[in-house]
Design a protein around this ligand. Structure first.
Ligand code: ADP
Length: 520
């Protein structure tokens, strides 16, 4: 959501999350100009689609290098715009670019290759078919501020390899990162194949209305629904990746130290501003006390500025404060954190909550709503079945984790959790693995990025059929005669399961008798 006053006088303003100092403004795109941008991208896209896939892979490797060469500038922009600590900026945003390019340049050509399905020679004599993955065309890419480099690249790379052009509406909270990536794209592809349009939701909405062929959206549930409606109106497919309220299930045989450290990272990486952040922990009685205590101790050791950054936006900070206040009012205990840091900027201490005796453990906003901040509630559940039921009692279902020393048990439990990705003994890191689908269920949206499945929206299947037959007519063409009806009936009988031998023989005789009549 755009904060009040963020966009004024044709520019995006904004302040640094770490100290509230104003940032250099970035020019916004008037919504009325977006359709012209779409047209320019389409012209460039048609030329790009005419290149063969190896050529596009060669260009993509250059684009990767142009992005990674801007690593220092990207890390600085990530710090300025969204407050990302350097370690996270390199490891979560810049470094994965290389594996992403290797995957798409390595596997992409084969994934995009045409195939020739078999056509039955009796039914379709002389005919040959080929099914290609044609580029979708111009894709509207609408992205959030939490991973301003990694999330857009996850779509830009396969889209460009597939022969698409992209109109990209980055978050109004991270326009400078987008400009650096767009500059890298210009260097390799010229001015128009990837065009950035800057602004708030109205600019994103204008890109969907501007004549694009598909929409790839990552963001909130509320905006995702608007995007789905707008895409339906434009009759184009939309891929939606929305929020999450990830559960971690800590079974009674878990390695408590590994679970505490892993869940700490899963909950506090990007200071919790991650749709796949652990936002609910369900622990079995044997380990829950030791686990919660260890998690709180580790959370208390995290150092501001190095291990965690400030909240990226004032709205986000307000949500975190509201959820912690609601938890206190609902009878929860704050094991660590629970307050802003005493310094300029939007800092909040890593927070671990547990329900007190009479706490509203199933209805508190901190357990039900997406917090998107450094707050993790830990709840004890009596057994494995109740842990699974509690994990599934959410409107979301993006990713989840199960912690146990028994790997077979972990896998069994994982399959019972309603989520797009479930990890045993780890959490959330798989977004950086380009061969694995990143997807969700329920309010987490039905979009898929990464993996071959991402190509389903970025390309469309195109069937080309060539008939080399020289006969003057086909069996099924007009005129329809009694002989043709007999052929239809006989062939249906012959191809039916369950018909007896005598019935089939009769059908064969009828067919042989009808054939010459049909051709007369
Ligand atoms: P967040 O603010 O948490 O990133 P949003 O869902 O509000 O989540 O925004 C995600 C992206 O969607 C941003 O780039 C935003 O500008 C854009 N956006 C907001 N409203 C609309 C809309 N109605 N149509 C298209 N894009 C929108």
């Amino acid at each position: 959501m755009a904060e009040q006053g963020l966009i004024r006088e044709g520019a995006i303003h904004g302040t640094r999350p770490s100290d509230d100092e104003p940032l250099e403004p970035v020019a916004a795109t008037p919504p009325g100009e977006v359709a012209t941008v779409v047209d320019a991208v389409r012209a460039a896209q048609q030329a790009h689609a005419a290149r063969d896939v190896e050529d596009r892979a060669r260009l993509l490797r250059r684009f990767r290098d142009a992005v990674m060469a801007r690593g220092d500038a990207l890390v600085a922009a990530l710090g300025d715009e969204v407050g990302k600590p350097e370690a996270e900026a390199w490891l979560h945003e810049v470094m994965p670019t290389s594996a992403l390019a290797s995957y798409w340049c390595g596997e992409g050509p084969e994934l995009l290759a045409a195939h020739e399905p078999h056509l039955d020679g009796l039914d379709y004599p002389g005919k040959r078919a080929v099914v290609e993955r044609a580029p979708r065309g111009v894709v509207a890419l609408i992205t959030p501020w939490n991973f301003p480099v990694a999330i857009p690249l996850r779509t830009l790379f396969p889209a460009l390899l597939a022969g698409d052009g992209v109109v990209w509406k980055p978050s109004e909270h991270a326009p400078r990162c987008a400009n650096l990536i767009a500059e890298a794209a210009r260097e390799v592809y010229g001015p128009d194949l990837v065009r950035v349009v800057h602004g708030a939701g109205d600019v994103g909405a204008a890109s969907i209305k501007g004549g694009v062929d598909a929409v790839i959206f990552t963001g909130s549930v509320a905006t995702g629904k608007k995007v789905a409606h707008a895409a339906a109106d434009a009759l184009v497919p939309a891929s939606l990746e929305l929020g999450g309220k990830d559960a971690a299930v800590v079974l009674d045989d878990a390695d408590v130290e590994r679970a505490a450290r892993g869940i700490l990272w899963g909950a506090m990486a990007n200071v919790g501003q991650n749709c796949a952040a652990v936002e609910r922990v369900y622990a079995l009685p044997k380990v829950s006390g030791a686990f919660a205590e260890r998690l709180a101790a580790l959370a208390g050791e995290l150092r501001p500025g190095r291990d965690f950054g400030p909240l990226a936006t004032a709205d986000q900070l307000a949500t975190v404060e509201r959820h912690v206040a609601a938890a206190r009012e609902g009878g929860w205990r704050v094991l660590t954190g629970g307050h802003r840091l005493d310094r300029a900027g939007r800092w909040y201490a890593p927070t671990v909550l547990t329900p007190g005796e009479a706490a509203d453990a199933e209805t508190n906003p901190a357990v039900v709503e997406e917090t998107f901040g450094p707050v993790v509630p830990v709840m004890e559940v009596p057994d494995e079945a109740s842990a699974i039921a509690a994990a599934n009692a959410s409107s979301y279902g993006l990713t989840a984790s199960v912690w146990t020393r028994n790997l077979a048990r972990g896998e069994r439990v994982a399959r019972q959790i309603a989520a797009g990705v479930v990890v045993v003994n780890n959490h959330g890191f798989t977004g950086a693995i380009p061969s694995l689908p990143w997807t969700g269920v329920r309010a987490s949206g039905y979009g898929v990025t990464n993996s071959p499945h991402a190509l389903d929206v970025l390309t469309r299947p195109r069937a080309i059929v060539v008939d080399a037959r020289r006969a003057k007519r086909e069996l099924w063409w007009h005129p329809y005669t009694p002989a043709l009806v007999r052929i239809g009936r006989a062939m249906s009988t012959l191809r039916r399961g369950g018909a007896g031998l005598v019935t089939k023989l009769r059908a064969l005789v009828a067919l042989l008798a009808a054939f010459p009549k049909r051709w007369r």
